[in-house]
Design a protein around this ligand. Structure first.
Ligand code: ZN
Length: 368
């Protein structure tokens, strides 16, 4: 018995070295296996939503492969990547985390655990105290002229018939189509017209109308005046977008506002600067929409700066659009076609909605 034990003990003692070596060899091997390839732990969308507050909303755009979660006034935006790929996850449009990105596996979204825990923490933060982002609450569409003021007039002979085209009719038709489209797209915004029929509000009336719209502190208003051009040169045609010239010093602050005259003039200049910037961006956006939707049918004449009365006195981002020339035969053919009138309103709609998206995403450009 003791002889057998001694033999076993000698055997074990002899084996000690190779056993230890084996253990030492296995340890680093298993250690490196644990790190490479990565053991990515991810959960499905369904499970992610179960982990989050039940009021969490989720939006996903499969085309842009981006999405966001919102809850408690917070927003976490992301784009998908490859499994294990790190990327930017944006919280409340301002804070950026570099995290393993959500990815798709056989068409289904998968959310890495670290992403989900950051998401949960971000959405559970106390609500943001500062005022919410500036949003556009009202859009004023101003159909130029009306009533006794016909605006520009074009006299044409079409198929042997005399046709008199009046600017006031073109502007009202396009403005009404635009109002309808904006009303459907933005049920939460006030979409207003300075006139809805063949009436004659004065320029002062139109500006007063826009200024009388009640707004909260975090709400903004935009003003779009629609016109059509005329020229002695019958070949002149195409659309133009006008904004207020930055050289012109408007009085955008009420005279009876408290504070010294100096402070008033500084504030006046600042506000004007802001409205000018916003007006230029809106003019660019509308010009882009017109180019995109009217294509080669009618030429673009560019963005211009002027001191139009309506635009000048509006204490809000405002532009004036000249759709085309009532004195030109080709532009007139477009104005007489319901299809083309719709294209004008679609183009304006595109430009305005792009501007709204840009404005609201940035929180009102310069205003924060
Ligand atoms: Zn006009």
């Amino acid at each position: 018995m003791s002889i057998i034990l001694r033999h076993v003990s000698i055997l074990l003692r002899r084996m000690k070295t190779p056993l230890l070596m084996m253990i030492l060899l296995i340890y680093p091997l298993t250690g490196s296996f644990a790190q490479n390839p990565p053991q990515l732990v991810a959960v499905s969308l369904e499970d992610t939503l179960k982990i989050l507050d039940k009021n969490t909303e989720f939006r996903w755009d499969p085309f842009f492969r981006s999405g966001f979660f919102t809850a408690g006034g917070h927003k976490v935006s992301f784009e998908t990547g490859l499994p294990g790929e790190n990327g930017d996850v944006i919280v409340d449009n301002r804070e950026i985390f570099t995290l393993p990105l959500p990815y798709t596996d056989q068409g289904l979204l998968q959310f890495p655990e670290i992403f989900v825990s950051t998401l949960k923490t971000s959405l559970n933060l106390p609500p943001i105290e500062e005022p919410s982002f500036l949003r556009i609450a009202a859009i004023v569409i101003d159909p130029g002229h009306g009533g006794k003021d016909s605006g520009a007039v074009g006299n044409h002979s079409i198929n042997g018939k005399d046709v008199k085209l009046m600017e006031k009719d073109v502007t009202l038709k396009v403005s009404t189509l635009l109002r309808n489209r904006l009303s459907v797209a933005y049920p939460g915004k006030q979409i207003l017209m300075t006139r809805t029929g063949d009436t004659f509000p004065t320029l002062e009336d139109r500006v007063k109308f826009a200024h009388a719209i009640p707004l909260k502190d975090d709400e903004a208003i935009i003003f779009i005046s629609i016109h059509a051009n005329a020229s002695f040169n019958k070949t002149a045609r195409g659309y133009e977008v006008w904004y207020l010239s930055p050289d012109y010093r408007r009085t955008v602050i009420d005279k009876d506002e408290e504070g010294s005259a100096d402070i008033r003039s500084i504030r006046n200049a600042m506000m004007e600067e802001e409205f000018t910037t916003e007006s230029i961006i809106m003019a660019q956006s509308i010009m882009k929409g017109l180019e995109e939707y009217l294509g080669p049918r009618i030429p673009a004449r560019g963005i211009k700066a002027e001191e139009w009365f309506v635009v000048r006195n509006a204490r809000m981002p405002s532009v004036l659009v000249e759709l085309g020339f009532v004195t030109n035969a080709e532009d007139t053919a477009l104005f007489l076609s319901e299809t083309h009138l719709r294209s004008f309103s679609d183009a304006l709609y595109k430009g305005i909605s792009d501007f709204i998206t840009l404005f609201e995403r940035s929180g009102g450009f310069t205003s924060n």
